[in-house]
Design a protein around this ligand. Structure first.
Ligand code: ADP
Length: 447
């Protein structure tokens, strides 16, 4: 960027110098030409006095003194007098532009390229009272030779300007880029920095991304700590019971009991590990997911049937009501979603309670609702239950085989399906969780 700014500044300077030089040369040359013609005119009018002219002819005026050539021509263009040459040897001048013009208008001027390289001759002619024409001429540098003469100075000037521009461009780019470099170096305290107004949206975005990165890092660290802690409890108990068996001091009855504990804790470990793996799988952002068109009602019904025994064990009635609805999703994800929501509705229910799972179309969307008559979730916890390892009642969650990750997985699946979720719950009365899927042809009642 610095190099580009330097280069552009230099280019602007060179173009500016060249165009100024050309413009100044043209203006100066025009003034110079005007001045010469003006001088020649004055000269010609001085000579108009016939006496002066005859004096001149007699005395053989030496025009080399002031480098002015004088010619006297009659009406027919024949040369009567020529200061620089022999008049008799001169050819007829009737066809010279300045003579033609003088014959017509009384005076005339012309500029012609000289035989000498880089020179032009300026002519001015006037008609005298006796009908002859006096023409004065002077040789001067042409515009090109003036320009060529000035070229070394121009080049020297350009070199000087380039040197000056390099220094200025260097200082300018440094000043210009300083606030940007400052932002890059101090991402963690952007609010203290003063930068360009135009950079504000970028700075805000960088700040947001930086905060997100820090937040994510913090969350990941917290998650790792939580996972380690959750793994530690069942492992400690497995290790403890197996050590007791190993010591040989446990009775047969104890061994059976310890084995049951080991079995229970290893199942807990497996469930936990499966949930952690599933969460990290869902965390991966893959752009084009191979989603298929599925019947949500069919999947939910299969899941409910699978959970019937579970519900019976908890003394809960599990009911399903479904109208065929299509969704674009992945079968495993939908199964997990229904399973996790139903499993919670059963586990956090009261004996004799009820769980109703329903699938129905509404406003073009496929809606899955899991409603229970269970313990409910107090208002202050409702926002946080979707966080990893957040539980309202830790011991109830653990004693019913919860990992604290079920609703976090649900939240991920909902997001992956670009669906929306709504939670309605009242402590002591029950909970209703609804998921709204975008779908095709929903609301028409059949597939
Ligand atoms: P867990 O494995 O502990 O059930 P979840 O992530 O599935 O973890 O749920 C988080 C917490 O939300 C639970 O510990 C529980 O306190 C609360 N919760 C979830 N579903 C319900 C429900 N249907 N009724 C009452 N509380 C619930």
């Amino acid at each position: 960027m610095k190099k580009k700014i330097n280069f552009q500044l230099m280019l602007i300077a060179i173009i500016a110098i060249f165009s100024t030089m050309i413009l100044v040369s043209v203006i100066c040359y025009n003034l110079f030409r005007k001045q010469i013609l003006e001088d020649l005119k004055t000269y010609a009018h001085l000579l108009e006095d016939t006496e002066a002219l005859s004096d001149l002819i007699e005395k053989k005026y030496d025009s080399r003194m002031d480098k002015v050539r004088i010619t006297v021509v009659d009406r027919n263009g024949d040369v009567l007098y020529e200061s620089d040459a022999d008049a008799e040897k001169m050819d007829n001048h009737a066809n010279r532009p300045e003579i033609i013009r003088t014959l017509a208008e009384g005076e005339g001027q012309a500029i012609r390229r000289s035989s000498t390289m880089g020179k032009s001759t300026f002519y001015y002619a006037i008609m005298t009272e006796d009908g002859n024409i006096i023409r004065v001429a002077k040789e001067a540098d042409s515009i090109w030779s003036i320009f060529a003469g000035a070229l070394p100075a121009i080049i020297a000037f350009i070199v000087l300007i380039i040197l000056l521009c390099t220094v200025i461009a260097h200082v300018l780019t440094k000043i210009l880029l300083e606030p940007i470099e400052k932002v890059a170096k101090n991402v963690d305290r952007l609010e203290e920095l003063e930068t360009y107004e135009e950079l504000a949206p970028f700075v805000a975005k960088i700040k947001k991304q930086h905060e997100d990165i820090l937040k994510n890092a913090g969350m990941r660290q917290e998650f790792t700590a939580n996972v380690s802690h959750e793994l530690k409890t069942p492992l400690t108990s497995i290790s403890g019971y197996s050590e007791l068996i190993e010591s040989g001091m446990a009775s047969d009855e104890d061994i059976m009991r310890f084995a049951r504990k080991i079995h229970h804790n290893s199942n807990r470990l497996l469930t936990l590990i499966n949930d952690v793996i599933r969460l990290s799988e869902l965390d991966v952002v893959d752009r084009d997911e191979p989603f298929e068109v599925l019947n949500l009602s069919e999947i939910a019904e299969t899941c409910v049937n699978m959970l019937q025994i579970n519900a019976e064990n908890h003394g809960v009635t599990l009911e399903f009501r479904g109208i065929a609805c299509t969704v674009h999703s992945e079968k495993q994800m939908l199964e997990e979603l229904v399973y996790n929501l139903c499993d919670n509705a059963i586990r956090y229910n009261n004996k004799g309670g009820k769980v109703t799972v329903s699938v129905a179309p509404a406003d073009g969307k496929a809606v899955l609702t899991v409603e229970d008559t269970g313990i409910g979730i107090p208002k202050e916890h409702q926002e946080r239950i979707f966080e990893r390892f957040y539980r309202v009642d830790k011991s109830r969650s653990k004693s019913t085989g919860g990992t604290g990750l079920g609703l976090a997985i649900v939240k991920h699946i909902v997001a992956k399906n670009q669906a929306e979720m709504k939670l309605e719950s009242e402590a002591g009365k029950g909970t209703k969780i609804s998921v709204f899927f975008k779908g095709e042809d929903n609301g028409k009642g059949d597939l």
